[in-house]
Design a protein around this ligand. Structure first.
Ligand code: PMV
Length: 337
């Protein structure tokens, strides 16, 4: 049996603008996570068991575009490629001529008579900006590849998770799969090597869930429409969000997290102009600011899902209470470090 987990995430700064090449900051949220467990079973086939969505089905009976089927198939395809290249390697270096005796792990037979079951559970709310899809993908890729004796490294895990995100979300920046794979605070620019943030002074973020599911694909598409209509205005908004993200990085790496509050408020103003806030998000951000949070904004795709607020550790319970009072469905307090 092989079991792995992958955390949720929040975007601190730069969502949407990141799709257009601007930098963004994201951090993992370990209080919520996806878990994948792979076990050998006596029954033949590759069985997917996802009780949260009441799914118990054999892989070949799912549509190829099913999100779970697509990630599982991508792992098998990657392992097949590795097997083929190591067979070529075997031919090239027969017997003891091999340059290294430890170049390959012992393989578990797949395609043998016994089957496997992949059990997937998650405590991350879906379509809420907390990276649920990416976390499920990453947990499956790690557990399945390890179970098949071909554990993949973070770079490859991230690559596969990104390919799967592309199937389902159209034009993702890749920030979700990257922060979830590496499990560290990151400064992220699309298609650039990742940079891990050096958090000098830990700080407290409170995450409030509007309880309204909002598919990221839709808000990303709507932002694109606005960009097509008025690219110069939108490019200016994106560039401002990008420079906020850069300033925020300096505050985090310089040990001045209290400077993040006004930057969050400024980023929220820009996201509102992009048309991705909502009355519920506004109600929660306002409630947190009214009781002393120094900054608040939506996080992720927007329209619903989650917002975040910056608070001192001491004032966190007051912010939590205020959010619940105005209708937050769930509140998480997380320490960024
Ligand atoms: O998946 P979400 O809702 O956390 O949003 C991802 C952030 C966006 O910038 C809106 C989209 C993207 O691909 O970066």
């Amino acid at each position: 049996m092989t079991k792995t987990t992958a955390p949720g995430k929040i975007i601190l700064f730069g969502e949407h603008a990141v799709v257009y090449g601007q930098p963004a900051l994201a951090v993992p949220v370990n209080q919520v996570y996806a878990e994948a467990e792979v076990l050998d079973i006596p029954r033949a086939g590759i069985w997917i068991n996802a009780p949260d969505i009441r799914l118990h089905e054999e892989l070949s009976r799912l549509a190829p575009e099913n999100p779970l089927a697509s990630v599982i198939s991508a792992v098998y395809a990657e392992i097949e490629t590795r097997k083929v290249s190591s067979e070529t390697f075997d031919k090239k270096y027969p017997a003891e001529q091999k340059p290294s005796a430890t170049y390959r792990n012992e393989e578990k037979p797949f395609g043998s008579k016994t089957g496997i079951e992949i059990r997937i559970t998650s405590t991350i709310p879906v379509a809420s900006g907390l990276g649920s899809g990416a976390a499920v993908s990453v947990a499956i890729i790690r557990a399945l590849s390890a179970h098949l004796a071909h554990p993949l490294d973070d770079k490859k895990v991230n690559e596969i998770a990104y390919e799967v995100e592309k199937i389902h979300h159209g034009t993702p920046s890749g920030i979700d799969n990257t922060v979830v794979t590496f499990g560290k605070p990151i400064f992220f620019i699309k298609e650039q090597p990742i940079e891990v943030l050096n958090v000098v002074e830990p700080f407290t973020i409170i995450i409030g869930d509007t309880g309204i599911p909002a598919p990221t694909k839709e808000s990303v598409n709507d932002v694109r429409k606005l960009w097509e209509q008025n690219s110069s205005k939108m490019n200016t908004l994106f560039a401002t969000a990008g420079s906020i993200a850069k300033t925020a990085r300096q505050a985090i790496e310089g040990g001045y997290p209290e400077r993040l509050g006004p930057l969050m408020n400024e980023n929220q103003r820009i996201l509102t102009e992009m048309g991705v806030s909502s009355p519920e998000l506004d109600r929660l951000t306002e409630a947190s600011l009214n009781v002393g949070a120094s900054g608040a904004k939506l996080s992720g795709g927007g329209r619903g899902g989650n917002m975040i607020a910056l608070s001192t550790k001491e004032n966190a319970p007051t912010v939590v209470e205020a959010l619940l009072e105005v209708g937050a469905k769930k509140v998480i307090v997380t320490e960024v470090q």
